[in-house]
Design a protein around this ligand. Structure first.
Ligand code: NI
Length: 154
């Protein structure tokens, strides 16, 4: 088995908070990441596929094809966006690196043929990154409309 990785970059803003928590609890848990107007990261994402090289091409996957899939289905939607507001497939999801990796996996897994997706590694900074291998996991989706109401009311 050979593992083949494409590295991509994007820049985005996000705010970490849970609309079911009080302001005090959000501040305690998310600290500066709960800054109401958000903050930004330069993300690096490594998408790895695995397989046996095709005997006629020597490729596990054509890396141009993999690059285009990631660009069209992920990067195009998140680069220079606010992840809490601008991205339809992230609506209501707390946009931690963990949750982003899970969401990106579910999209790419349906686009990369042959079931060869192996992992998504997402760097939020040089020091902090997550890695996801596709084990089933569910993410809560919060009612962001209700959030807006409670935010305004408080
Ligand atoms: Ni952050």
């Amino acid at each position: 088995m050979v593992y083949v990785t494409r590295k991509m970059h994007f820049s985005a803003a996000h705010r970490l908070f849970n609309p079911t928590f009080s302001h005090e609890k959000n501040d305690k848990i998310f600290d500066k990441c709960n800054n109401p107007m958000g903050h930004g990261h330069n993300y690096t994402m490594e998408v790895t596929v695995k397989g046996i090289p095709d005997p006629e091409t020597g490729y596990v996957i054509d890396l141009k094809v993999l690059r285009d899939l990631i660009e069209d289905h992920i990067i195009e939607h998140v680069d220079h966006k606010h992840l809490n507001h601008d991205v339809s497939f992230l609506k209501g999801i707390i946009p931690t690196a963990e949750n982003l990796a899970i969401c990106f996996w579910s999209i790419l897994e349906s686009k990369i043929t042959g079931g060869i997706l192996h992992s998504i590694k997402l760097f939020e900074s040089d020091a902090n990154f997550v890695e996801y291998f596709g084990e089933p996991v569910s993410i809560p989706v919060y009612n962001t409309d209700a959030t807006t109401v409670s935010e305004v009311a408080s």
